[in-house]
Design a protein around this ligand. Sequence first.
Ligand code: ADP
Length: 264
Amino acid sequence: SGDRRWMRIVGKVKAGREGGFESIYAVMMDVTDQKQDEQRKNDFIAMVSHELKTPLTSMKGYIQVIQLKAKLGENSFAERALEGAGRQIERMTNMINGFLNLSRLESGKMVMEFRPIELSAVVKDIIEEYKTTHADNRVFSNCEPGLFINGDADKLDHVINNLISNAFKYSPSNSNIYIECFEQDGKAVFKIKDEGIGIPAENLPNLFERFYRVESTHTKTIAGFGIGLYLSAEIINRHNGTIWVESKVNEGSVFYFSIPLLKS
Ligand code: ADP
């Protein structure tokens, strides 16, 4: 009929006596209905996420204006309360962006828009944003300027935000977070170090899988969906980059990603 159908194929290759290829037998199933159902679910999540983001964006704007007024009027209680509200909006926006990106990724609709960008500029903007919503200055950054990469600024924003919010989430509130950007072997490297709970060695290989969360008494009380690192790894892969982690339980974690530098 010219329709596009989705097939699931499960098969086995049979080897001949010499060990070489002899034959293959397989079962082919038409899974178009399931696939379409999945697609509808993905579209639904994308639509809901998108709709939820719109009011949040205007709320964020209102809060920032009142926050400024409270600051000028030296109303420290209002300033602190609004800071808290701003932080919650930021958390919610990050979660919604995660769902949006996940549904786009699963349905093959995650479009990358590459252009030359400077890594330290992206990082600086995000840290400035954090400083407006987090009074306690726990983030120390040292980013080498001039590291140009071919990147999608929005998507990298999501990755960096996710790594920073994890560093906050999985470390005590009196510890520090260190961010660095530097050049290594023709690549721009982003590094974020926390002094938090750390990750057991046996969990490290699975960390970037979808819905994967480390199960421990520590993490049980920390909310999360296990999609942030999965999305981050996908986004970095699409930049021809690499993402990795080094961690020690009770000492902290260091997450890195590297992306090839632009030649000129
Ligand atoms: P989540 O929403 O659960 O934080 P992520 O995909 O961002 O999802 O992270 C997956 C898991 O990796 C987390 O549930 C947590 O167990 C672990 N993890 C991520 N970042 C850190 C970190 N900085 N310190 C300790 N554990 C971490």
